[in-house]
Design a protein around this ligand. Sequence first.
Ligand SMILES: [Zn+2]
Length: 121
Amino acid sequence: MSSGTTHMFVGAGAVGLAAIVDDHPHPITHSLLIAPLLGSISGKLPDYIEPALHPNHRQFFHSITVAGLLTIGLIKCYQWKPEEPFEKLIRGLVLLGGMGYLSHLICDSTTPKGLPLVGKL
Ligand SMILES: [Zn+2]
């Protein structure tokens, strides 16, 4: 099982990857302070929503369904080419937060328990 610290480090690394491949960058996606901070927080977000209090804590927000929907949303957000500064900020925040969250689900999927297909709400 990945620890909370591992999720935070992997989340911070995932947003670094997002910044490298972002061809429509915003200063927030390339901020050496904000990007890793947001990535580390969002990298732990699934366990804030569904705390690891027992072995079957992984439900809907830890599911393959959420991972798939999030991936589709991240691709759409990545393809979005906003012109307004506020829209660029929103795009950057969604990419950073989404990559951090997805990194958590990827880490959890590598454990023996894996992820549920849908889980309970
Ligand atoms: Zn988790």
